[in-house]
Design a protein around this ligand. Structure first.
Ligand SMILES: Cc1ncc(COP(=O)(O)O)c(C=O)c1O
Length: 383
């Protein structure tokens, strides 16, 4: 098939499946409000769970960092791009989360790809939760290791697979908080199993870090688990972007030698590292923000009608309403928009076929009247 035919067919398939993606241009803001096509919307779709993308101390840290270092890092961290600002952030993160080392990456996507590509060989095995993020599953299927998926949070199935996996080494992969369902992994059980079988555990806690556990140290800390590899990202509760891999000294040194996403890519701007450090301080002192977030989540759960059968019993900022068909999710998203609320429809292949949903995200920036308005509009739409 020619590339032109491939392009035409791909676009046509997306239209037919009601899965065509559009980008909207957001003129202002990424916090409580966004402005699209001149209209202001209450934002219930972002991942800025603590509202730190708009925090004056974080904005100031970025500005001051840019004045000190300029706007770009000027090269790979292996050449001239690793500055004092990067080093300070790496050391603070490692100390905060109880690891020997932290290594910065420009995104969570890059971090997941880099770690799996550097670590895995043909004789290795990956056992991944079926609902793990696309960046993990894609990296796993591109790697030479043998990939098997276990049913979501199914510890029994994982135990069976570990029993059957003999030769080579095994990496078990899960998220701390699942990005599309908002539920949490049984990390203690996963960790115990991996320990019993001499396997390693990798946890991507993109959605748990900052909002869960003491000082926002995340899902692993809350469940008293230290996986061999912990991935955290800065585009969610930190309100910025980028990621870090937390690991042992040896693994960090190995990644510095062999992780191609580190070696052949420009390091994140130092000013961004300054902003992430400022965000980290806000997170460490952020009990009040986390309490507000908790209250908002409880308020949403208690005000949404029981007729909404697809509401997940989520204890995290991710509050999905599973509606099934793509067109229904699109219609609901459009009804919200008419009422001045931004709630994006999430459709396959991002989520499994037949489980299209509105992925509502509750943040600490929302006021109680915002949540009441959201519930009112959703409850009306339910009839
Ligand atoms: C669980 C998880 N891991 C990784 C990523 C990718 O992170 P980033 O946006 O920093 O590339 C995401 C992004 O949505 C995510 O939800």
């Amino acid at each position: 098939m020619s590339w032109q035919n491939k392009v035409n067919l791909g676009l046509q398939q997306r239209h037919t499946a009601e899965a065509y993606r559009h980008r909207s241009i957001n003129e202002v803001g990424s916090g409580r409000f966004i402005t699209v096509d001149g209209k202001r919307y209450l934002n219930f779709s972002g991942n800025d769970y603590l509202g730190l993308s708009q925090h004056p101390a974080v904005i100031r840290a970025w500005q001051q960092g840019a004045e000190k270092y300029g706007v770009g890092s000027g090269g790979s961290g292996h050449v001239t791009g690793h500055t004092r600002a990067h080093q300070v952030l790496e050391e603070s993160l490692a100390h905060w989360l109880g690891y020997s080392r932290a290594l910065l990456f420009i995104s969570g996507y890059a971090a997941n790809q880099a770690v799996l590509a550097a670590l895995l060989d043909k004789s290795d095995h990956i056992l991944a939760d079926r609902l793990s993020h696309a960046s993990l599953l894609e990296a796993a299927s591109l790697s030479p290791a043998q990939l098997r998926r276990f049913a979501h949070n199914d510890v029994g199935m994982l135990a069976n697979l570990l029993e059957k996996t003999q030769a080579g080494q095994t990496l078990v992969i899960s998220e701390g908080v699942f990005s599309m369902d908002g539920d949490m992994a049984p990390l203690l059980q996963l960790h115990t199993l991996t320990q019993q079988h001499g396997a390693w555990l990798l946890v991507d806690d993109a959605h748990g870090i900052g909002v869960i556990g003491e000082q926002g140290r995340g899902s692993c800390w809350q469940q008293s688990v230290q996986p061999e590899i912990l991935i955290i990202t800065f585009g969610k509760s930190f309100g910025v972007s980028g990621a870090a891999v937390l690991c042992s000294d040896d693994v960090a040194e190995y990644l510095i030698q062999f992780a191609r996403h580190l070696i052949y890519s420009t390091a994140m701007p130092p000013a961004q590292a300054c902003a992430i450090s400022a965000s980290l301080r806000e997170i460490q002192e952020g009990d009040e923000l986390r309490q507000r977030l908790q209250q908002n989540m409880l308020c949403f759960q208690s005000s949404i009608s029981k007729q909404w059968l697809g509401v997940m019993p989520s204890k995290t900022p991710i509050q999905p309403l599973i509606v099934g068909e793509n067109q229904r999710a699109l219609n609901l998203s459009a009804s919200l928009r008419r009422a001045g609320i931004w709630g994006t429809a999430i459709r396959p292949p991002t989520v499994p076929e037949g489980s299209a949903r509105l992925r509502m995200t509750i943040t600490a920036s929302h006021q109680s009247e915002d949540i009441e308005r959201l519930s009112e509009v959703l409850n009306d739409a339910c009839h």
